[in-house]
Ligand binder design. Structure first.
Ligand SMILES: [Ca+2]
Length: 374
Protein backbone atom coordinates (compact mmCIF):
# COMPACT_ATOMS: atom_id res chain seq x y z
CA UNK A 1 0.00 0.00 0.00
CA UNK A 2 2.75 2.40 0.99
CA UNK A 3 4.74 1.42 -2.11
CA UNK A 4 1.73 2.14 -4.31
CA UNK A 5 1.28 5.57 -2.79
CA UNK A 6 4.96 6.35 -3.35
CA UNK A 7 4.80 5.13 -6.95
CA UNK A 8 1.78 7.34 -7.70
CA UNK A 9 3.48 10.33 -6.13
CA UNK A 10 6.63 9.76 -8.18
CA UNK A 11 4.64 9.52 -11.41
CA UNK A 12 2.50 12.60 -10.73
CA UNK A 13 5.54 14.67 -9.73
CA UNK A 14 7.44 13.48 -12.77
CA UNK A 15 4.62 14.29 -15.21
CA UNK A 16 3.88 17.65 -13.69
CA UNK A 17 7.47 18.80 -13.57
CA UNK A 18 8.30 17.35 -16.96
CA UNK A 19 5.52 19.36 -18.55
CA UNK A 20 3.11 16.66 -19.68
CA UNK A 21 0.19 18.71 -18.47
CA UNK A 22 -0.96 21.53 -20.78
CA UNK A 23 -0.54 25.07 -19.60
CA UNK A 24 -3.64 26.35 -17.92
CA UNK A 25 -5.15 29.15 -19.91
CA UNK A 26 -7.36 30.02 -22.83
CA UNK A 27 -8.63 27.17 -24.94
CA UNK A 28 -8.44 27.23 -28.71
CA UNK A 29 -10.20 24.25 -30.27
CA UNK A 30 -7.92 21.99 -32.24
CA UNK A 31 -9.42 20.98 -35.55
CA UNK A 32 -8.43 19.58 -38.89
CA UNK A 33 -5.59 21.67 -40.30
CA UNK A 34 -6.67 24.23 -42.91
CA UNK A 35 -3.85 25.02 -45.37
CA UNK A 36 -4.17 28.54 -46.80
CA UNK A 37 -2.62 31.16 -49.03
CA UNK A 38 -3.33 34.69 -47.77
CA UNK A 39 -3.69 37.47 -50.34
CA UNK A 40 -4.06 40.88 -48.71
CA UNK A 41 -3.52 44.63 -48.95
CA UNK A 42 -1.75 44.92 -45.58
CA UNK A 43 -3.92 47.46 -43.76
CA UNK A 44 -4.15 47.21 -39.96
CA UNK A 45 -7.22 44.96 -40.17
CA UNK A 46 -5.40 42.68 -42.64
CA UNK A 47 -2.58 42.39 -40.13
CA UNK A 48 -5.11 41.50 -37.42
CA UNK A 49 -6.45 38.75 -39.68
CA UNK A 50 -2.96 37.53 -40.54
CA UNK A 51 -1.73 37.24 -36.95
CA UNK A 52 -4.93 35.36 -36.10
CA UNK A 53 -4.28 32.87 -38.91
CA UNK A 54 -0.60 32.52 -37.99
CA UNK A 55 -1.48 31.97 -34.35
CA UNK A 56 -4.33 29.52 -34.86
CA UNK A 57 -3.19 25.91 -34.29
CA UNK A 58 -5.65 24.70 -36.94
CA UNK A 59 -4.34 26.88 -39.78
CA UNK A 60 -1.21 26.46 -41.88
CA UNK A 61 -0.21 29.59 -43.83
CA UNK A 62 1.69 28.36 -46.92
CA UNK A 63 2.27 31.71 -48.66
CA UNK A 64 1.38 35.38 -48.43
CA UNK A 65 0.80 37.56 -51.47
CA UNK A 66 0.28 41.31 -51.44
CA UNK A 67 -2.50 42.82 -53.53
CA UNK A 68 -3.11 46.33 -54.70
CA UNK A 69 -5.40 48.18 -52.34
CA UNK A 70 -4.77 50.38 -49.36
CA UNK A 71 -1.04 49.68 -49.33
CA UNK A 72 1.51 50.41 -52.00
CA UNK A 73 2.62 46.92 -52.89
CA UNK A 74 6.41 47.19 -52.23
CA UNK A 75 5.75 48.71 -48.83
CA UNK A 76 3.16 46.07 -48.04
CA UNK A 77 5.66 43.34 -48.89
CA UNK A 78 8.37 44.94 -46.74
CA UNK A 79 5.97 45.29 -43.81
CA UNK A 80 4.83 41.67 -44.03
CA UNK A 81 8.43 40.42 -44.12
CA UNK A 82 9.33 42.41 -41.02
CA UNK A 83 6.25 41.10 -39.24
CA UNK A 84 6.96 37.47 -40.15
CA UNK A 85 10.56 37.75 -38.99
CA UNK A 86 9.50 39.37 -35.72
CA UNK A 87 6.94 36.64 -35.01
CA UNK A 88 9.30 33.81 -36.01
CA UNK A 89 7.70 32.74 -39.32
CA UNK A 90 10.77 33.10 -41.51
CA UNK A 91 9.89 30.25 -43.87
CA UNK A 92 6.61 31.55 -45.31
CA UNK A 93 7.18 32.89 -48.86
CA UNK A 94 5.92 36.40 -49.59
CA UNK A 95 5.34 37.80 -53.08
CA UNK A 96 4.46 41.17 -54.55
CA UNK A 97 1.29 41.47 -56.59
CA UNK A 98 0.19 43.78 -59.37
CA UNK A 99 0.17 47.40 -58.25
CA UNK A 100 -2.92 48.34 -60.28
CA UNK A 101 -6.23 46.65 -61.12
CA UNK A 102 -6.69 44.51 -64.22
CA UNK A 103 -8.62 47.28 -65.98
CA UNK A 104 -8.79 51.03 -65.29
CA UNK A 105 -7.19 52.88 -62.44
CA UNK A 106 -9.54 52.65 -59.47
CA UNK A 107 -7.57 53.00 -56.27
CA UNK A 108 -8.02 53.88 -52.61
CA UNK A 109 -7.73 57.65 -51.98
CA UNK A 110 -4.10 58.74 -51.96
CA UNK A 111 -4.50 60.45 -48.60
CA UNK A 112 -5.41 57.11 -47.00
CA UNK A 113 -2.43 55.20 -48.33
CA UNK A 114 0.56 56.78 -46.62
CA UNK A 115 0.19 54.70 -43.45
CA UNK A 116 2.14 51.89 -45.07
CA UNK A 117 5.31 54.03 -45.08
CA UNK A 118 5.74 53.58 -41.34
CA UNK A 119 3.62 50.40 -40.98
CA UNK A 120 0.88 52.44 -39.30
CA UNK A 121 3.21 53.30 -36.44
CA UNK A 122 4.23 49.71 -35.66
CA UNK A 123 7.91 49.71 -34.80
CA UNK A 124 9.56 46.42 -35.71
CA UNK A 125 13.23 45.53 -36.24
CA UNK A 126 14.65 45.45 -39.75
CA UNK A 127 14.77 42.05 -41.44
CA UNK A 128 17.11 40.24 -43.78
CA UNK A 129 14.18 38.35 -45.34
CA UNK A 130 13.54 38.92 -49.02
CA UNK A 131 10.38 38.51 -51.10
CA UNK A 132 9.97 35.61 -53.49
CA UNK A 133 11.52 36.00 -56.92
CA UNK A 134 8.08 35.07 -58.24
CA UNK A 135 5.29 37.61 -58.44
CA UNK A 136 2.07 37.02 -56.51
CA UNK A 137 0.13 35.12 -59.16
CA UNK A 138 3.17 32.97 -59.99
CA UNK A 139 3.65 32.12 -56.31
CA UNK A 140 -0.04 31.27 -55.93
CA UNK A 141 0.15 28.90 -58.92
CA UNK A 142 3.41 27.37 -57.72
CA UNK A 143 2.26 26.72 -54.14
CA UNK A 144 -1.01 25.19 -55.33
CA UNK A 145 0.81 22.99 -57.85
CA UNK A 146 3.28 21.69 -55.27
CA UNK A 147 0.72 21.07 -52.51
CA UNK A 148 -0.56 17.59 -51.81
CA UNK A 149 -3.72 19.05 -50.31
CA UNK A 150 -6.22 21.47 -51.77
CA UNK A 151 -5.62 25.00 -50.50
CA UNK A 152 -8.03 27.69 -49.40
CA UNK A 153 -7.29 31.19 -50.68
CA UNK A 154 -8.06 33.76 -47.99
CA UNK A 155 -8.37 37.18 -49.59
CA UNK A 156 -8.68 40.46 -47.72
CA UNK A 157 -7.92 42.92 -50.52
CA UNK A 158 -8.84 43.40 -54.18
CA UNK A 159 -8.85 40.11 -56.10
CA UNK A 160 -6.33 41.10 -58.79
CA UNK A 161 -3.69 38.46 -57.98
CA UNK A 162 -6.20 35.64 -57.70
CA UNK A 163 -7.79 36.58 -61.05
CA UNK A 164 -4.38 36.72 -62.74
CA UNK A 165 -3.52 33.25 -61.44
CA UNK A 166 -6.88 31.83 -62.56
CA UNK A 167 -6.45 33.40 -66.00
CA UNK A 168 -2.86 32.23 -66.43
CA UNK A 169 -3.55 28.65 -65.42
CA UNK A 170 -7.22 27.67 -65.06
CA UNK A 171 -6.21 24.16 -64.01
CA UNK A 172 -5.23 25.49 -60.56
CA UNK A 173 -8.97 25.42 -59.77
CA UNK A 174 -8.54 21.70 -59.15
CA UNK A 175 -6.17 22.51 -56.30
CA UNK A 176 -8.29 25.24 -54.70
CA UNK A 177 -10.60 24.15 -51.91
CA UNK A 178 -12.36 27.50 -52.04
CA UNK A 179 -11.85 31.24 -52.08
CA UNK A 180 -12.69 32.79 -48.72
CA UNK A 181 -13.06 36.46 -49.43
CA UNK A 182 -13.66 39.73 -47.59
CA UNK A 183 -15.48 41.99 -49.98
CA UNK A 184 -18.74 43.17 -51.41
CA UNK A 185 -22.07 44.37 -50.06
CA UNK A 186 -25.03 42.20 -50.98
CA UNK A 187 -28.12 43.23 -48.99
CA UNK A 188 -26.69 46.44 -47.51
CA UNK A 189 -25.26 49.65 -49.05
CA UNK A 190 -21.62 49.79 -50.07
CA UNK A 191 -19.03 51.87 -48.25
CA UNK A 192 -17.15 53.70 -51.03
CA UNK A 193 -19.29 56.80 -51.44
CA UNK A 194 -20.28 56.99 -47.79
CA UNK A 195 -16.64 57.02 -46.67
CA UNK A 196 -15.32 59.11 -49.57
CA UNK A 197 -18.04 61.30 -51.12
CA UNK A 198 -15.80 62.36 -54.02
CA UNK A 199 -16.60 58.91 -55.46
CA UNK A 200 -20.42 58.85 -55.74
CA UNK A 201 -20.81 55.08 -55.60
CA UNK A 202 -23.10 53.95 -52.79
CA UNK A 203 -23.45 50.28 -53.66
CA UNK A 204 -19.86 48.99 -53.90
CA UNK A 205 -17.44 47.91 -51.20
CA UNK A 206 -13.85 49.09 -51.55
CA UNK A 207 -12.09 45.78 -52.34
CA UNK A 208 -14.48 44.95 -55.16
CA UNK A 209 -14.70 48.57 -56.39
CA UNK A 210 -10.90 48.80 -56.84
CA UNK A 211 -10.83 45.79 -59.17
CA UNK A 212 -14.35 44.75 -60.23
CA UNK A 213 -13.05 42.87 -63.27
CA UNK A 214 -10.93 40.67 -61.03
CA UNK A 215 -13.92 40.00 -58.79
CA UNK A 216 -16.01 39.10 -61.82
CA UNK A 217 -13.39 36.54 -62.89
CA UNK A 218 -13.39 34.99 -59.41
CA UNK A 219 -17.17 34.73 -59.11
CA UNK A 220 -17.48 33.25 -62.60
CA UNK A 221 -14.57 30.87 -62.15
CA UNK A 222 -16.59 27.97 -60.84
CA UNK A 223 -14.45 27.83 -57.70
CA UNK A 224 -16.46 27.69 -54.50
CA UNK A 225 -16.56 31.15 -52.87
CA UNK A 226 -17.39 32.11 -49.31
CA UNK A 227 -17.94 35.84 -49.07
CA UNK A 228 -17.69 37.93 -45.91
CA UNK A 229 -19.25 41.20 -47.11
CA UNK A 230 -20.29 44.39 -45.32
CA UNK A 231 -23.58 42.66 -44.49
CA UNK A 232 -21.70 40.73 -41.79
CA UNK A 233 -18.77 43.04 -41.01
CA UNK A 234 -21.14 45.95 -40.28
CA UNK A 235 -22.12 43.98 -37.18
CA UNK A 236 -18.58 43.92 -35.73
CA UNK A 237 -17.52 47.55 -35.22
CA UNK A 238 -14.30 48.30 -33.39
CA UNK A 239 -14.98 49.56 -29.88
CA UNK A 240 -13.35 50.98 -26.80
CA UNK A 241 -14.78 48.02 -24.86
CA UNK A 242 -12.86 45.60 -27.10
CA UNK A 243 -9.63 47.51 -26.66
CA UNK A 244 -10.05 47.65 -22.88
CA UNK A 245 -10.79 43.92 -22.70
CA UNK A 246 -7.75 43.10 -24.81
CA UNK A 247 -5.59 45.40 -22.70
CA UNK A 248 -6.51 43.34 -19.65
CA UNK A 249 -5.28 40.01 -21.01
CA UNK A 250 -2.58 40.77 -23.58
CA UNK A 251 0.16 38.19 -23.20
CA UNK A 252 1.58 37.57 -26.68
CA UNK A 253 3.33 39.78 -29.26
CA UNK A 254 0.39 39.12 -31.60
CA UNK A 255 -2.09 40.49 -29.07
CA UNK A 256 0.09 43.57 -28.54
CA UNK A 257 0.17 44.24 -32.27
CA UNK A 258 -3.60 43.92 -32.56
CA UNK A 259 -4.03 46.22 -29.58
CA UNK A 260 -1.88 48.86 -31.21
CA UNK A 261 -3.89 48.69 -34.41
CA UNK A 262 -7.39 48.88 -32.88
CA UNK A 263 -8.38 52.53 -32.98
CA UNK A 264 -12.09 52.88 -32.19
CA UNK A 265 -11.71 56.66 -32.07
CA UNK A 266 -11.38 56.69 -35.87
CA UNK A 267 -14.24 54.24 -36.39
CA UNK A 268 -14.13 51.21 -38.60
CA UNK A 269 -14.97 47.56 -38.36
CA UNK A 270 -13.22 44.24 -37.92
CA UNK A 271 -13.57 43.57 -41.67
CA UNK A 272 -10.65 41.25 -42.26
CA UNK A 273 -10.46 39.88 -38.72
CA UNK A 274 -14.05 38.59 -38.96
CA UNK A 275 -13.11 36.97 -42.26
CA UNK A 276 -10.24 35.13 -40.58
CA UNK A 277 -12.37 33.95 -37.67
CA UNK A 278 -15.14 32.82 -40.06
CA UNK A 279 -12.57 30.58 -41.75
CA UNK A 280 -11.84 28.58 -38.61
CA UNK A 281 -15.28 28.99 -37.00
CA UNK A 282 -17.93 29.35 -39.74
CA UNK A 283 -20.72 29.49 -37.16
CA UNK A 284 -19.55 32.97 -36.15
CA UNK A 285 -21.50 34.18 -39.20
CA UNK A 286 -24.80 33.20 -40.80
CA UNK A 287 -24.48 32.06 -44.40
CA UNK A 288 -27.00 32.26 -47.22
CA UNK A 289 -26.58 30.80 -50.70
CA UNK A 290 -26.61 33.36 -53.53
CA UNK A 291 -25.57 33.71 -57.12
CA UNK A 292 -23.34 36.78 -57.06
CA UNK A 293 -22.67 38.82 -60.16
CA UNK A 294 -20.38 41.85 -60.21
CA UNK A 295 -21.71 44.94 -61.96
CA UNK A 296 -19.05 46.67 -64.03
CA UNK A 297 -20.96 48.59 -66.70
CA UNK A 298 -22.30 51.58 -64.76
CA UNK A 299 -19.64 53.98 -63.49
CA UNK A 300 -21.48 54.93 -60.30
CA UNK A 301 -22.47 51.36 -59.52
CA UNK A 302 -19.37 49.53 -60.64
CA UNK A 303 -18.28 46.88 -58.17
CA UNK A 304 -21.79 46.18 -56.91
CA UNK A 305 -21.99 42.53 -55.83
CA UNK A 306 -25.54 41.79 -56.84
CA UNK A 307 -27.47 38.70 -55.88
CA UNK A 308 -29.33 37.55 -58.98
CA UNK A 309 -31.83 34.76 -59.55
CA UNK A 310 -29.69 32.05 -61.05
CA UNK A 311 -29.09 28.42 -60.11
CA UNK A 312 -27.06 26.89 -58.79
CA UNK A 313 -25.71 29.51 -56.38
CA UNK A 314 -22.00 30.33 -56.72
CA UNK A 315 -21.36 31.88 -53.30
CA UNK A 316 -22.00 31.35 -49.64
CA UNK A 317 -22.67 34.87 -48.38
CA UNK A 318 -22.26 35.82 -44.71
CA UNK A 319 -25.28 38.02 -43.97
CA UNK A 320 -24.93 38.34 -40.19
CA UNK A 321 -22.19 38.04 -37.57
CA UNK A 322 -22.26 37.09 -33.89
CA UNK A 323 -20.21 39.94 -32.43
CA UNK A 324 -19.71 38.43 -28.97
CA UNK A 325 -18.54 35.07 -30.28
CA UNK A 326 -16.25 36.78 -32.77
CA UNK A 327 -14.65 38.83 -30.03
CA UNK A 328 -14.15 35.81 -27.75
CA UNK A 329 -12.58 33.68 -30.48
CA UNK A 330 -10.39 36.45 -31.83
CA UNK A 331 -9.02 37.51 -28.46
CA UNK A 332 -8.50 33.91 -27.30
CA UNK A 333 -6.63 32.92 -30.42
CA UNK A 334 -4.24 35.86 -30.64
CA UNK A 335 -3.41 35.19 -26.98
CA UNK A 336 -2.98 31.46 -27.50
CA UNK A 337 0.08 29.93 -25.93
CA UNK A 338 1.38 26.61 -27.20
CA UNK A 339 1.05 23.76 -24.68
CA UNK A 340 4.35 22.57 -23.26
CA UNK A 341 5.92 19.78 -25.33
CA UNK A 342 4.38 16.34 -24.97
CA UNK A 343 7.77 14.64 -24.99
CA UNK A 344 10.15 16.59 -22.74
CA UNK A 345 13.90 16.27 -23.10
CA UNK A 346 15.73 13.48 -21.24
CA UNK A 347 17.43 15.91 -18.83
CA UNK A 348 14.09 17.40 -17.76
CA UNK A 349 12.70 13.89 -17.18
CA UNK A 350 15.70 12.84 -15.06
CA UNK A 351 15.56 16.02 -12.96
CA UNK A 352 11.80 15.87 -12.55
CA UNK A 353 11.68 12.18 -11.59
CA UNK A 354 14.60 12.76 -9.21
CA UNK A 355 12.77 15.58 -7.45
CA UNK A 356 9.66 13.41 -7.36
CA UNK A 357 11.58 10.54 -5.68
CA UNK A 358 13.13 12.83 -3.08
CA UNK A 359 9.76 14.42 -2.23
CA UNK A 360 8.07 11.03 -2.08
CA UNK A 361 10.82 9.64 0.14
CA UNK A 362 10.42 12.59 2.48
CA UNK A 363 6.65 12.02 2.61
CA UNK A 364 7.13 8.29 3.25
CA UNK A 365 9.59 8.95 6.08
CA UNK A 366 7.15 11.42 7.59
CA UNK A 367 4.34 8.88 7.29
CA UNK A 368 6.37 6.14 9.03
CA UNK A 369 7.39 8.46 11.85
CA UNK A 370 3.77 9.46 12.34
CA UNK A 371 2.78 5.77 12.37
CA UNK A 372 5.52 4.98 14.93
CA UNK A 373 4.47 7.91 17.08
CA UNK A 374 0.87 6.73 17.09
CA1 LIG B 1 -7.84 44.52 -46.45
Amino acid sequence: MEKLVVLKLVLVMGFLLAGQMPVAGLSVPVQEMIPVIVDMDVAPDDIGALVYLLKHPGVSVRAITVSCGITYVPWGVANVLRLLDYLGFRDIPVAAGKETPLVGDNAFPTEWRGGCYNFYGLELPATDLHPSVMNASELIMSVIASSAENLTLVTTGPLTNIALALQANPSIKEGIERIHCMGGAVTVPGNVGFEYPAIPNYVAEWNVWVDPHAAEIVFKSGVSVTLIPLDATNEVPTSEAFRTRLEGIMRTPEAEIVHQFVQPEIGGYFWDQLTAVALTNPSVVTFESHYIEVLISDENQTGWTQSIAQDPPNTQVAVHADADTFEDLFIETINYLEPLPIFPGPLIIVISVGIGIILSFAILVGYRRRKTFL
